[in-house]
Design a protein around this ligand. Structure first.
Ligand SMILES: O=C[C@H](O)COP(=O)(O)O
Length: 313
């Protein structure tokens, strides 16, 4: 998937944007019921969710050992006997996602598995650091070997409606990312309105983000289907305007197999099949894999596996 080159800042069309919140909420609430999945299909959707997970640890007490265990899980997210029973081989998660100081350990642990390392940067999670330090952090993460960079935006730019400042900041970050692909975390739980979410999504794509991501996982409200729907529609509009496909990453609080299915139904309904693959869809999650493995185990064996099978997830 080629990088999104972005465009100039284009705000025409947003001056009096109004989002019909009750209508968006209604649509989001009915989404999970839009596809009734047969049992076999459900297992296939869960396996697909696994390959789209950015398996994440972003905690103050992260250690290289924890990251190595996480990477082992990313290389082999589902027990081999369960995969063999389903005739699946070579399944990995979409990436692992860690702090910059853990990138080198993650690269070592992932070896030649082909699983990319995503690093948060730019003063994650609040982003309240001088811009030159945030850009230096991106460059540091890339020097350590990061393949993807998850940046955070300055929420105050959005809250003040200073879209030019947001665009310029994101452009500078895009440049610092070089060949690494960039995910822009909007921290939607901080943005006050769906209109702000929609405009910030557009500005982030215009500045060259390869994915737009809902949340850091540290806001009071993280990924919801409602903000995700608004962001997906922005992605659809951006594609219609520019021909470029930008990815989507819901993150924060996604912990159940049911969540994994609901967000995939959203992608399928709003954006189409292309957005059901890791190039355009990632689920940022630290604890989702455990429930998915439980459900897959139930599918294969007819019973739920004991907790030790899902050690880190
Ligand atoms: O980017 C990923 C998030 O930090 C993960 O959030 P979570 O720990 O609620 O799954």
């Amino acid at each position: 998937m080629s990088q999104n080159p972005g465009t100039d800042l284009r705000l025409d069309g947003f001056a009096d944007i109004r989002i019909n919140t009750p209508a968006v909420e209604r649509r989001a609430a009915t989404l999970p019921a839009r596809r009734s999945l047969k049992k076999d299909h459900q297992a296939a959707w869960l396996l697909n969710a696994v390959r789209c997970i950015d398996l994440t640890t972003l905690a103050g007490d992260d250690t290289e050992d924890r990251v190595a265990r996480l990477c082992a899980k990313a290389r082999q997210p589902i027990a081999p006997d369960l995969l063999a029973a389903m005739g699946v081989e070579g399944l990995t998660t979409g990436a692992v996602c860690v702090y910059p100081t853990m990138v080198a350990a993650a690269k070592r642990a992932l070896g030649n598995s082909g699983v990319p390392v995503a690093s948060v940067a730019t003063g994650f999670p609040a982003g309240l650091m001088p811009l030159d330090l945030r850009l230096a952090e991106i460059r540091h993460a890339i020097d350590q070997g990061a393949d993807e960079i998850d940046i955070v935006i300055t929420r105050a730019h959005v809250l003040r409606g200073d879209w030019a400042a947001l665009y310029d900041e994101l452009r500078a970050m895009r440049e610092a990312c070089g060949a690494a692909r960039m995910k822009a975390i909007l921290a939607t739980g901080n943005l006050k309105s769906l209109e702000n979410v929609a405009i910030a999504s557009h500005v982030a794509m215009q500045a060259g983000s390869d994915w737009i991501k809902t949340s850091t996982g540290k806001e009071g409200v993280n990924a919801t289907l409602t903000v995700s729907l608004v962001m997906c529609r922005a992605i659809r509009d951006y594609q219609a305007q520019t021909g470029h496909k930008v990815g989507f990453k819901p993150a924060g609080g996604l912990g159940t197999a049911r969540d994994a299915i609901a967000w995939q139904v959203l992608m399928r309904e709003e954006l189409g099949r292309d957005w059901l693959a890791p190039a355009l869809f990632r689920i940022g999650a630290s604890s989702l894999l455990g429930d998915i493995e439980r459900q897959i185990s139930h599918h294969v064996t007819g019973r739920y596996a004991s907790a030790h099978r899902q050690a880190i997830a």
